[in-house]
Ligand binder design. Structure first.
Ligand SMILES: [Zn+2]
Length: 276
């Protein structure tokens, strides 16, 4: 089973608050929503507690997307500190919301070679996970598979780190559009999707397949990778093929739709998932 929902307050919700968004999500018959803290997490503890109470009452599961302006590989001490404190605050707010996964973009390789970036990222993830544990937060870091070659975060890198640090602390988010764009159109036949799931299983076992957190959208890309998101019906990867492979591999978890018509496309995904 997958919980399915929009990446943020549904577009049709006139009131643009998280509370209204959760209600509209529920009214549409969807059961997950990602809170978008993409321009910084400024939610107050009291508001977060109210959001958590409503989500629990309506059985809408919550995750969040942290700020876009993060770089855990920054050579600049100030940027790095800001990144870490933003993620720590986001973790605290998500805890208040009763959500589980903090989805975030880890950063840019810049001048680092990939093995050095991997090693540096391991140190950063470990430290963050330790802070989260020390504070008693019941949330996990969900570094997202990124859509550009310049960004840290291939499926192999993220699940490798999840295996090394522990899947209880690091549960990567698979953005299927990003997987496709990162390698200039990687997902064309069922075996291409299967390869991703095999990588997950290789590193973290079957549990990884039962607890997937995915972003789904159509993607427009250039040779550098991701350009922009499209409707799932208007761009690759083929969402029907994706759902079929997820079903064949008995996967479960959450599908968050990040298309420009997110709740409509989430409903299309839900309908297609329930078909077979
Ligand atoms: Zn993202």
């Amino acid at each position: 089973m997958f919980r399915i929902g929009p990446a943020g307050v549904p577009l049709r919700s006139k009131e643009r608050s998280s509370l209204a968004g959760i209600q509209v999500t529920k009214d549409l018959g969807l059961d997950a929503m990602e809170l978008e803290f993409v321009h910084g997490c400024r939610m107050k503890d009291e508001s977060a507690a109210a959001v958590g109470a409503l989500a629990k009452k309506l059985d809408v599961s919550l995750s969040c997307h942290a700020s876009y302006y993060l770089n855990l590989l920054s050579p600049n001490e100030v940027t790095l500190k800001k990144t870490v404190s933003e993620l720590e605050r986001t973790a605290e707010v998500l805890e208040w919301c009763g959500g589980k996964r903090i989805v975030f973009h880890s950063g840019f390789y810049l001048k680092m070679d990939h093995p050095s970036a991997y090693a540096a990222m391991k140190t950063e993830y470990k430290a963050l996970a330790q802070t989260i544990a020390d504070r008693g937060h019941n949330v996990v870091l969900a570094p997202e598979v990124t859509g550009k070659k310049s960004q840290f975060g291939s499926v192999e890198e993220l699940y490798g780190l999840a295996e090394e640090i522990g899947y209880d602390k690091i549960q990567p988010a698979i953005d299927w559009g990003h997987v496709h764009a990162r390698d200039n159109g990687a997902l064309n036949k069922p075996e291409d999707f299967e390869k991703v799931l095999q990588t997950v299983e290789k590193h973290v076992g079957k549990e990884g397949l039962k607890t997937l957190h995915c972003h789904v959208e159509g993607i427009h890309f250039t040779e550098k990778g991701e350009r922009n998101h499209l409707r799932i019906t208007e761009g690759p990867p083929d969402y029907k093929m994706l759902l079929k492979v997820l079903k064949d591999y008995r996967c479960a978890g959450t599908l968050i739709c990040e298309s420009p018509a997110m709740e409509d496309d989430a409903l299309i995904l839900q309908k297609e998932w329930q078909k077979s």
